[in-house]
Design a binder for this molecule. Sequence first.
Ligand code: UGA
Length: 445
Amino acid sequence: MKITVIGAGYVGLVTAVGFADLGNEIMCVDKMPSKLSKLSKGISPIYEPGLTELLQKQIGKGKIHFTDKIEDGITFSDIIFLCVGTPQSDDGKADLSQVEEASIDIAQNMNGYKLIIEKSTVPVNTHQWVKTVIKRNLKKDIKFDVASNPEFLKEGSALDDFVNPDRIVVGVESEKAKDIFKELYKPFVKKGISLIITTPAAAELIKHASNSFLAMKISYINMVSELCEKVGADVDMVAEGMGYDKRIGKDFLCAGIGYGGSCFPKDVKAFIKIAEEHGIDFSLIEEVDKINIKRRTNFIKRIKNVLWIIKDKNIAVWGLSFKPNTDDIREAPSIDIVGELEKLKANLKLYDPKARENFKSIFPEKQNIKYFDDKYKALKNADALLILTDWDEFKGADLDKVKENMRLPIIIDGRNTYQPKDMKKKGFEYYSIGRENFDPKGVWK
Ligand code: UGA
């Protein structure tokens, strides 16, 4: 099938490359010349495992094309995925100006029936606005449908998630739109993946409700982790015991310094705003957000408790991205934590396998902020190591080498990377989340 994707950001690009790999022909439209020139050469502007390789393969096969001409994109196919940004505005609501702009562009260039599909995360009933804007700007009487087909991709495993989703949700209002989706998703249904057909409003809500629920699981276990520390229980054991109950499930129960990224923080706030506009009490979700913010301030407090004076201390930081396997630092806890330590005049030695360049755009290299391309080099003479992202390479680190390089063997771990008993044996002063904090010098309060 021929498919147009508007917006070559993270969602658009994975969608475009994923559908191309299934044999479809894709036209991807984006306004940013710098992005397009990279993409046309087969270079992905974001780091996502496997994306560059698949992009190059599909360009080579002639299955994917890039353009900045919106009219070329719209006349290319009957199926148009809207993958433009829906960032958070100052009041917490989603800023839908790019959705409106794309809808006007579609209306002005329509050459026949179109199925316009919202893929980006949008507030419930955005499809009504898209319909209204298109109707207002249409030059001729042309039939079209607006549908919602939210994405559930996780950064770092987006291509796998595209190929093997837990479910596919589509919200439609016409038989024609339903039939197009059935054809488009035939390869998935053949594999036994459920195609859930619902209304556009329900599909829009499924996305916001799912993300907020997952964020709630994280804040829940983080709340429990605080109690674990007070009563001497291990939060990982508690989470494991809970997770065996199928109704609860094991995923998204890792305690730590909280969630970041371009989705959960923004979507939780937007969901609260939607409820507020409809006069519904969403204080449960408000608490989810509050607990998450508190994770960062608590972690900073912990660093101060352990290190006492921060000024001039050499603090190594492993992990800057908001989660492993991505170079994305949007809303990453590292931004608040590094920012506060910088204010307190620590000497920061930063390491991340992929996010270094993005982090430099917020914290440029200077006298007290240095970046390293080797995690052990970042530890030279360190008074403490902070672990802020759970990259696999940290789990497999040579702990003897870590200890040798540091001035003091103090690790403050925001992601429960190691087992407290192993760290005790190795002679580390090791602090983690919701578990026994091994403190041989008795400084922990
Ligand atoms: C999230 C959802 O998981 C996807 O289903 C959704 O499609 C996507 O948002 C989106 O709306 O586009 P993503 O933000 O890429 O995906 O990453 P997650 O794996 O969900 O992690 C989000 C944050 O939660 C990370 O900072 C991660 O470190 C944190 N997290 C996750 C925890 O602190 N504990 C956990 O147990 C799991």
